[in-house]
Design a protein around this ligand. Structure first.
Ligand code: FES
Ligand SMILES: [Fe+2]
Length: 468
């Protein structure tokens, strides 16, 4: 690989954050080229912090999970109450995976006090040190501790998520996250737990998949049932590698209601805000697989017509609704974090963390996505979605990764609508009649920002200014 890129196209990677507001285009090689897919294995994935799981999966010392990315497999193990280690999933003897990771299992979970290799029985403690080698003297003293310990890589946590980084010289996770960590900290994701989690091997590039969730510009064309609740005019904004989108002030109902994630589950336009708030909350909850709101919020919205007089203004309806939902949650032991209106507004609606993590946050919930390559096939990915929520202590559901075909029945009608685009975008982009992408400079800036940074890692495929 050289800076000219696998396709020999010399790109000047000079697009700045300001340029993102201009009409830009980027090539489709990143989505369709097998060479590009293979190059990601060397140029992208070993260089970035990757979200590899949630802490709740490894609550006790000895608990471990695996995380696979292309050919690489990692084991993350809890070594103590506050300590984790991440190891490459390979035995130093002759290279057997320490923990088998079959393709039809999304993440292997277990508990061990030592890892015993299934081939010749070499054994490792939780600190990665070798504690047993059969007939060690046969090596005549050549097997040092450094040669026989597991290979370690960087691991860190934020918001209850576990991140790994294979680059020994990487920047700290908190620096990689930058403004994201600051802006989303008030939501206390570390206090949320999985409500459900699903995965599928989907027929598109991982970027085609994750980009379907980067911009609300598609709401009007794809999720047409939502149009009766508002205009959903979106903004999007870059924060370094990462980006956020939200709804712009053009929508008065959303603006009055604060225009942010709580109101994603409410607000809404209509003659009676008591009714429209409930209808939008219910719609969001039921059609996004019970993830884009909570039962508490929906139930409190349902009572609005009984609790408030006719003619109550939109802002007063939302104020009452949120206060009563907050009280309902407190009564069952779910305490809302204190998030100021300014923090709420800055947090927007949905975050894309480079390269492949998406978070749509609410006060007590989050709907999240992740997409990864499936091997080095540019036309396939592992797509995952999961819902997080705050639960009363001890009432967290026990969840596992469930493989689910991409249907409305399994994922809810809104996600099924998104699935109904991704595969066909993947196919369409291969057309020799496709002249390159034309992302919206205002509403799809997150996507262009993503390609701006991706091209820097890959040394090719930079967005270019469209000539007027
Ligand atoms: S490969 Fe692991 S003990 Fe031989
Ligand atoms: Fe969508």
């Amino acid at each position: 690989m050289n800076k000219k890129g696998v396709l020999g196209v010399e790109d000047k990677i000079e697009i700045t954050a300001e340029d993102l507001a201009e009409p830009l285009s980027y090539p489709v090689d990143a989505f369709v080229s097998p060479e590009y897919a293979r190059a990601e294995r060397d140029l992208l994935w070993p260089k970035v912090w990757q979200m590899a799981g949630r802490l709740e999966d490894i609550p006790e010392p000895g608990n471990f999970i695996t995380y696979n990315i292309m050919d690489e497999s990692v084991v993350i193990v809890r070594t103590g109450p506050d300590t984790l280690k991440a190891y490459y999933n390979v035995c130093p003897h002759r290279g057997r995976q320490l923990v088998n990771t079959p393709d039809d299992v999304n993440c292997v979970r277990g508990r061990k006090q030592k890892f015993v290799c299934g081939f010749h029985g070499w054994t490792y403690d939780l600190e990665g040190q070798n504690t047993h080698i059969l007939d060690k003297e046969d090596w005549k003293g050549a097997l040092t501790a450094e040669r026989t310990c597991l290979s370690e890589l960087n691991v860190d946590t934020w918001g209850g998520w576990i991140y790994i980084n294979m680059d020994p010289d990487c920047e700290p996770l908190i620096d990689f996250l930058g403004d994201v960590a600051r802006i989303l900290q008030p939501f206390e994701f570390e206090k949320m737990r999985y409500k459900w989690r699903q995965w599928v091997i989907y027929p598109s590039n991982w970027k085609t998949a994750i980009e379907a969730f980067m911009e609300p510009y598609h709401v009007a064309g794809t999720h047409t049932q939502l149009l009766k609740y508002g205009e959903f005019y979106a903004y999007s904004k870059a924060y370094g590698l990462h980006g956020v989108s939200g709804f712009d002030e053009r929508d008065p109902a959303l603006r009055k209601a604060g225009g942010t994630s709580v109101t994603r589950a409410g607000g809404g336009k209509g003659t009676d805000p008591r009714v429209s708030t409930y209808e939008l909350a219910r719609e969001n909850y039921e059609t996004v697989n019970y993830a884009a709101s909570t039962e508490t919020l929906v139930n409190a919205a349902r009572r609005l017509v009984d609790e408030l007089p006719e003619g109550t203004s939109g802002p007063d309806v939302v104020k009452h609704w949120l206060a009563s939902a907050r009280a309902d949650d407190a009564a069952r032991g779910v305490i809302w974090p204190d998030i100021t209106p300014a923090q709420m507004s800055e947090a927007g609606l949905a975050w894309s963390l480079f390269p492949n993590q998406t978070i749509l946050q609410g006060v007590t919930f989050a709907l999240c996505y992740r997409a990864r390559p499936y091997g080095d096939d540019p036309n396939k990915c592992i797509f995952e979605s999961y819902a997080l929520e705050r639960f009363p202590e001890g009432q967290e559901p026990k969840t596992e990764w469930v493989y689910a075909e991409p249907t409305a029945e399994k994922w809810g009608s809104v996600l099924a609508q998104d699935f109904s685009n991704m595969e066909w975008v993947q196919r369409g982009m291969k057309s020799r009649g496709f002249r390159g992408t034309l992302p919206n400079p205002h509403q799809e800036r997150k996507v262009t920002n993503f390609h701006r940074h991706l091209s820097r890692y890959m040394g090719m495929g930079a967005p270019r200014l469209l000539k007027k």
